[in-house]
Design a protein around this ligand. Structure first.
Ligand code: ADP
Length: 398
């Protein structure tokens, strides 16, 4: 069965078609600048060339129609008719406390996702637009919602509560939720397989280091803590997000520079992180590495602060789980930057972690990068959120 995996943002839409039985991807692509001038579809059949189609996409329905037409194109498409798409899997950012697992989408589920929108005002409404557009264009095709927050719903109260008046949790559900759950679940599962052990016996730490970044503590297969909170702003220093800070900084900047809360939030989300620390040089670790290699302070300081924060979370989660068997690196930076992995692991020598540099310099595959003598296994595990969504979708509709 082919599953169409959709990740719908406010002005973009990423998609993949995955055969849920063979787990092979037949096509992927992205619609950019939906609702804005200059919109375009980038489409690529597996093994084929990238095709770019510039065309107006006033809304997501038009964008999804273009995706469907591309998938059915007699020359470069991958299906003959819509009947060959057995299900659609939607990535949904926030499931609040309502969703601890993926679910088949019906009116009730749509209403519940709407009710979570105040927790993710930028993301959930865009995800819902994708659901509605698909259900209009592909009526009768079952759809599944896969939540970024669901995997972390096993966090205990002591990990998810903030130290603020309890009524804010009771009345408003202000608590830590965590994100990237699909990736943390997939990577921890793959790590157990690579280690040849049963996940129900393992204490694992997953460092998902991409543009957005988070660490999770996965004890016996369940997430018991993770670094992102009510929103993805908490935790690690990220590409452009600040991560953890003293909330008084908001007041300080707002008062001193006469800015509104929204303006300061924009600074913390879009102008901070390694981008801000490198004085606006870049949020991309390739640029930061080049800068560090040129002997500049900008790249060095951003990378060291980033890695230090990751190591601090790893240390915290070793305490949270009372031990650790494996540490995994994943996502753009985690998979591709041996330097960042070294910088993080330098802090972990106390527990016998040592890195095999030959293994650490390999790319693009699941690999153990710690030396045989290392008491804790350190691994690189490429994430595959789309495949994980296709699996969840297939499991619920087959
Ligand atoms: P997201 O899905 O959060 O947008 P990704 O997981 O795709 O992010 O990660 C993107 C980031 O990965 C880039 O911004 C860049 O910092 C980093 N990255 C990608 N390739 C490399 C590389 N070869 N070396 C170092 N960093 C890389």
């Amino acid at each position: 069965m082919n599953v169409l995996v959709i990740n719908c943002g406010s002005s973009s839409l990423k998609f993949q078609v995955i055969n849920a039985v063979t787990e092979e991807m037949s096509a992927k692509g992205l619609c950019e600048r939906i609702g804005i001038d200059g919109s375009r579809l980038v489409y690529q059949k597996t093994g084929g060339e990238k095709e770019i189609t510039q065309a107006p996409m006033p809304d997501h329905k038009v964008a999804i129609k273009m995706v469907i037409d591309a998938l059915m194109n007699p020359k470069t498409g991958v299906v003959k008719s819509l009947d060959e798409i057995g299900a659609v899997g939607h990535r949904i950012v926030h499931g609040g406390e309502k969703f601890a697992s993926s679910t088949v989408i019906n009116d009730e589920v749509i209403k519940a996702i709407e009710e979570c929108s105040d927790l993710a005002p930028l993301h959930n409404p865009a995800n819902l637009i994708g659901i509605r557009a698909c259900s209009e264009l592909m009526p009768g095709t079952p759809m599944v919602a896969v939540f970024d927050t669901a995997f972390h719903q096993t966090m205990p109260e002591e990990a998810f509560l903030y130290g603020i008046p309890y009524k804010y949790y009771q009345q408003d559900k202000i608590r830590r939720y965590g994100f990237h759950g699909t990736s943390h679940a997939y990577v921890s599962g793959r790590a157990a397989a690579l280690m040849g052990e049963d996940i129900s016996k393992l204490k694992l730490i997953v460092c998902h280091l991409g543009n957005g970044a988070s660490v999770s503590a996965v004890k016996f297969g369940k997430s018991i803590d993770t670094s992102m909170g009510l929103t993805p702003l908490e935790g690690l220093i990220m590409g452009t997000r600040s991560g953890d800070l003293d909330p008084a900084i908001l007041q300080f900047i707002a008062n001193k520079y006469n800015k509104s809360i929204d303006e300061v939030m924009n600074i913390l989300n879009k102008e901070s992180g390694v981008f801000g620390l490198s004085e606006g040089l870049s949020s991309d670790f390739r640029d930061l590495e080049d800068s560090k290699n040129r002997g500049e302070d900008k790249g060095r300081r951003a990378m060291e602060a980033f890695a230090y924060r990751v190591a601090k979370y790893v240390g915290a989660y070793i305490a949270a789980m009372n031990g650790v068997d494996g540490i995994c690196f994943t996502a753009g930076v985690g998979e591709n930057s041996p330097i960042v992995r070294n910088l993080v692991c330098e802090h972990l020598g106390f527990m016998g972690v040592s890195i095999d540099q030959d293994a650490n310099n390999q790319r693009g595959k699941e690999i153990v990068i710690s030396e045989k003598s290392s008491r804790v296994k350190v691994m690189v595990i490429p994430t595959n959120e789309e495949l994980a969504i296709a699996r969840e979708t297939y499991a619920l509709v087959k």
